[in-house]
Design a protein around this ligand. Structure first.
Ligand SMILES: [Zn+2]
Length: 342
């Protein structure tokens, strides 16, 4: 079965075209260890920074050096806001990232919005939109400023698209804005609970306050970029804090309108892989259209004697995730008609 991890050592005789790093849910805070909402998973708030340092040391020394690292969101924990430590903790984590030789692309998750407003994030080091690439003569592939999303080309014929899964959300939005009212209404229509973070009794349990979704505007933009990538015969990797494929994720962790995002992706040939964080437990599934959905294990729930990050080695016919610690190795073949023939 495709959804089983591939145990053992990955071996590949030929050199990859390029490689990139992945890490998720660092959720650093200067706090004693704690537990998740259900009390079932230990959270290592301080040690998460040491896990990050270990990952960076590894990436800096890797023989197939990553061309970039994808940080899948929730870089510091929401508790920082309660202790008025948001800026200090972010500064500490970002100074750690500065020791990484490769550039980092930062995704925004719910914990970013527990700590900061959208305006603050836009003007912070967590905004890596300056790393975007432009497609000349195709203005329709330029993202709007209304959401935090962009695309870039780390290697010819491979395009990465970073999505904003909190474009529709009650988090990080000015509460006096019409958009906040629209999002709150959307959430309440699907979630009658007094506590909007509770999925209790919901037929669509993803409609909770700690999730969000993609605006039609952003999905239209995604559609334009994927149309270009199809025409240009590119392979596309999509990055989002929230997962969109139910088989790879706990349903309570999915983006509100994950079906809309899947419909756009499935109407194109070019997408090969979708990376997300948020779930902490990790998950994987290949969908019926051959897109590999990888939910990365979260650093925050990783014991000090383990690790949680990976390096993805990209080949003409597949991507090989070399996982560390809790992250399993995976071989992700492209659908036959999607493989490059050099
Ligand atoms: Zn999250």
């Amino acid at each position: 079965m495709d959804d089983k991890p591939n145990p053992g050592t990955l071996s590949e005789s030929s050199e990859p075209l390029f490689s990139f790093g992945v890490i998720a849910d660092i959720q650093y805070a200067d706090l004693e260890d704690g537990y998740n909402f259900h009390g079932s998973r230990r959270r290592y708030y301080r040690h998460s920074l040491l896990h990050l340092r270990g990952a960076i040391e590894h990436w800096n020394e890797e023989s197939s050096a990553p061309c970039c690292v994808l940080q899948l969101g929730d870089i510091i924990d929401g508790y920082n806001a309660q202790y008025k430590a948001s800026e200090k903790s972010l500064e500490l984590v970002m100074s750690t990232f500065q020791t990484l030789k490769a550039p980092v692309h930062h995704t925004w998750g719910n914990h970013e919005f527990y700590n900061f407003s959208r305006d603050y994030l836009t003007n912070s080091k967590l905004n890596t939109k300056f790393l975007e690439d432009h497609i000349v003569h195709h203005p329709e592939t330029m993202p709007s400023e209304d959401y935090y999303a962009y695309h870039f080309v780390p290697f010819p014929k491979f395009r990465f698209i970073l999505l904003d899964a909190y474009d529709l959300s009650v988090l990080g939005v000015d509460q006096s804005s019409p958009k906040y009212q629209q999002c709150l209404q959307m959430l309440r229509e699907h979630n009658p609970n007094t506590e909007l973070n509770s999925p209790q009794g919901l037929s669509e349990p993803q409609f909770v306050q700690f999730n969000g979704g993609f605006s039609q505007e952003q999905l239209n933009w995604l559609n334009e970029v994927l149309t270009f990538s199809d025409t240009n015969q590119e392979k596309v990797v999509i990055v989002s804090h929230l997962p969109i494929y139910p088989e790879a994720s706990d349903s309570v962790c999915l983006a509100w309108n994950y079906r809309d995002a899947l419909a756009v992706i499935w109407s194109h040939q070019c997408v090969v892989c979708f990376f997300a964080g948020h779930t902490h437990d990790g998950g994987y599934s290949k969908d019926p259209f051959g897109v590999h959905h990888v939910n990365l294990e979260g650093v925050i729930e990783t014991a000090p004697d383990s690790q949680a990050f990976g390096t993805v080695h990209v080949y003409p016919d597949k991507m090989m995730l070399k996982g560390r610690g809790r992250v399993p190795d995976r071989i992700m073949n492209y659908e036959k008609e999607r493989a490059f023939h050099f």
